[in-house]
Design a protein around this ligand. Structure first.
Ligand code: C2E
Ligand code: CA
Ligand code: CA
Ligand code: CA
Length: 275
């Protein structure tokens, strides 16, 4: 047992330091990647389920590494958050996305994901307003997606950030709804205009009458509180039908489109507006 335990802990140490090295590596490269132009912003449409029209594009960051290939945000966003690089990266993402969005019709909005750490950084609200002003995008066309983890510790700077930007006309969406701990509390406290129901309620193993009932209840709450509900992760026509039947008004997922580069996003809009 003793030998086994020793081996186990050695193995553990080894994988820990490998993990740490990988993180350090990602951190250093991430700082350089912005300069080297390896990052780009892709856009995934959010669709009005009644009309089929594009209402919003969500900005999703992509990293095309010269050796490692395409890295998923789930791999480098957490590292960026832990190391603080997310503040620089986040401002860059907002600026880039806003520059693309000024070319869209006025009724198409831009959604940008924000990390908690980015929001708590000094000057966070000003950074966003500056990015919008530089790009020439009206604040009313920006929507910021935040997750419930933001509200875990009840932080005054978070409240100030949301209130200041709401007053400027920016809207907020609660992302990954249903996966966190404090959903109802944060809906009660903050002026969300949208709730995005997490993909796990739509696709995956435990879909069925139960998740349909949950989406229906959220859609009803949304209608009463003047919030729109987005179903995330729609991949099949059956899922789209089921979700539409619950009263949910907006949908997003591979069934409609994956995230695409800005020139394709512009083409999707043009196609839709012609037809
Ligand atoms: P999220 O905000 O929940 O974004 C939705 C994720 O689901 C995206 O993954 C999107 O490509 C994926 N997705 C969309 N439709 C479908 C579908 O039908 N099926 C499946 N299986 N997946 C679908 P992505 O781009 O890999 O991003 C992962 C997460 O990384 C995001 O989750 C978000 O939390 C974070 N992230 C991405 N871009 C940014 C960013 O610019 N800033 C920050 N702070 N976080 C970001
Ligand atoms: Ca999101
Ligand atoms: Ca989400
Ligand atoms: Ca997520």
């Amino acid at each position: 047992a003793k030998v086994g335990g020793k081996n186990h802990s050695r193995f553990f140490e080894k994988s820990m330091s490998r993990n740490l090295m990988r993180r350090r590596e990602i951190e250093a490269e991430l700082r350089a990647a912005i300069q080297r132009d390896e990052l780009s912003i892709f856009f995934q449409p959010i669709i009005d389920l009644a009309t089929g029209r594009i209402r919003t594009f969500e900005a999703l960051v992509r990293w095309f590494h010269p050796e490692k290939g395409e890295l998923r945000p789930d791999e480098f966003i957490p590292v960026a958050e832990e190391t603080g690089v997310i503040v620089t990266l986040g401002n860059w993402i907002t600026a880039q996305a806003a520059r693309a969005a000024v070319h869209w019709p006025e009724d198409v909005t831009l959604a940008v994901n924000l990390s908690p750490m980015q929001i708590r950084a000094p000057g966070a609200a000003l950074g966003i307003l500056t990015a919008l002003r530089d790009a020439g995008l009206a604040p009313s066309r920006l929507e910021l997606e935040v997750t419930e983890s933001l509200f875990l510790d009840d932080n005054q700077s978070t409240a100030n950030f949301i209130n200041e930007l709401s007053a400027a006309g920016i809207r907020f969406a609660l992302d990954d709804f249903g996966t966190g701990y404090s959903s109802l509390g944060s809906i009660h406290k903050f002026p969300f205009s949208k709730i995005k129901v997490d993909r796990s309620f739509v696709s995956g193993a435990n879909v069925g009458r139960k998740s349909e009932a949950i989406i229906r209840a959220v859609a009803e709450m949304g209608a009463r509180l003047d919030m729109e509900i987005v179903a995330e992760g729609l991949e099949t026509v059956d899922q789209v039908r089921a979700v539409r039947a619950t009263g949910c008004t907006l949908g997003q997922g591979y069934y409609f489109s994956r995230a695409v580069p800005d020139y394709l996003a512009a083409m999707l809009i043009a196609q839709e507006r012609e037809g």
